[in-house]
Design a protein around this ligand. Structure first.
Ligand SMILES: [Zn+2]
Length: 406
């Protein structure tokens, strides 16, 4: 496609789209992540106005999907104001970008849809990915919608509901005896041995470009305006990179007049990105968080993510696993959004971001809610007792919850 090139984020070497598959060949150890370089003079100067209400609304800014794409619609998720929560927190304009309503329940659908489009256009037959669960489910569903064979490699601790979801889409599920970082290495080795197309987050350059559509939607849904602050959960850092790419596109085209501050929230039990941000050096850390989606020891996109946060005057912040679980419960009870604990990270961090004046309560604040909680709440139904079909039993059940009805 003319007008589009890959550029290495480390050494700034430029490549044609079909010249490289994953990372920069000139940088050692595959460390050079590739970002899309767009000749904006070849892109329509006005924001999209058609009735395509999906991530493909921004097809002019995407490096794949013109010739082929998965038929399953992804994106154009709601951005809305959770008023009860905003009032209690004292924030003038609080928004939730509800990515849990994507087809497989997470923001990862955007990356997997664009990777699948690229795979289809290149004539690939088999796609493979490592994942903590959500990206795998997303790739499995996009493959199902497109007739591709899909292999996923997930860590041993992946929640049962995510495993069942992946298998339901017909993907070949490999649950590996190891962590996410192990799954990353194994999937990459399998892709090399058998010639499969590898979706691995950040290593595959289409992942961040797919995720950038969430930023374009946020800007458009605010009337082509950038919010003051966007807060997101961070594991690999690829969502931060993706959002920064989307806002950068909108800014370059004059669709928004400034860039929002990006804030990445990590679990204190898996703080590698936070560490990289604090020390200014690529970092690894032990990953022992129960929030599986952000339990990453060796973040795959740390250089770009940290740079994106720094460039916007943002920050990284840590919260405890207990705070994540509590925030997920609050989010469900006060907004009606059932998020997995990792996805409640922005809300968990908010009280401290306000107290430390990193976030201005008078500004526009967007919390990106990345993944659906149904995937992590699963357990045996017997854990919730069944009551007799009588009003007395109902009354007793409510009383056990602390609510006495007359
Ligand atoms: Zn390079």
């Amino acid at each position: 496609v003319s007008g589009y090139r890959w550029q290495c984020a480390n050494c700034v070497a430029v490549y044609k789209l079909d010249q490289v598959r994953y990372t920069c060949p000139r940088c050692p150890r595959g460390d050079g992540r590739l970002s899309l370089l767009i000749d904006y003079s070849r892109v329509p100067g006005k924001p999209p106005a058609g009735d395509e209400f999906s991530m493909w609304r921004y097809a002019d800014l995407l490096p794949a999907g013109r010739l082929a794409r998965p038929s399953l619609p992804v994106g154009w998720t709601p951005l809305y104001r959770p008023e009860r929560l905003a009032e209690r927190l004292g924030i003038a304009e609080l928004y939730v970008k509800n990515e849990t309503v994507n087809p497989t329940g997470s923001l990862k659908d955007r990356a997997s849809a664009l990777v699948t489009a690229a795979a289809l256009e290149a004539g690939e037959r088999v796609v493979v990915t490592a994942s903590t669960g959500n990206a795998a489910a997303a790739l499995a569903a996009m493959s199902a919608a497109s007739g591709l064979r899909c292999v996923v490699v997930v860590p041993a601790v992946t929640p049962v509901a995510k495993l069942r979801q992946i298998a339901a889409y017909g993907a070949h599920l490999v649950r590996v005896d190891g962590d996410y970082d192990t799954a990353v290495d194994l999937s990459r080795a399998a892709a090399e041995r058998w010639g499969w197309y590898c979706r691995n987050t950040a290593v595959n350059p289409y992942t961040a470009e797919g995720k950038k559509t969430a930023a374009l939607e946020i800007a458009e849904q605010l009337g082509w305006q950038a919010p003051d602050t966007v807060v997101v959960p961070a594991g690999d850092g690829n969502i931060l990179t993706g959002l920064s790419r989307g806002f950068a596109d909108a800014y370059a085209l004059g669709w928004i007049e400034r860039l929002p501050r990006l804030i990445g929230v990590q679990s204190a039990a898996a703080p590698a990105l936070w560490l990289a941000w604090r020390t200014g050096r690529d970092s690894t850390a032990e990953a022992r968080s129960t929030a599986d989606s952000i339990n990453v020891g060796r973040p795959q996109d740390q250089t770009r993510a940290v740079a994106a946060v720094r460039a916007t005057g943002g920050a990284f912040i840590l919260v405890s696993d207990a705070e994540l679980a509590k925030a997920a419960a609050v989010l469900a009870r006060e907004t009606g959004v059932l998020a997995e604990p990792a996805s409640a990270a922005p809300l968990a961090a908010l009280p401290r971001l306000l107290a430390e004046r990193i976030v201005d309560p008078l500004g526009q604040v967007v919390l990106v809610c990345t993944g659906r909680g149904l995937k992590t709440v699963a357990g045996p139904a017997e854990a919730i007792p069944a009551v007799e079909p009588t009003l007395e039993a109902v009354s007793a059940r409510l009383a056990a919850n602390g609510w006495r009805v007359p």
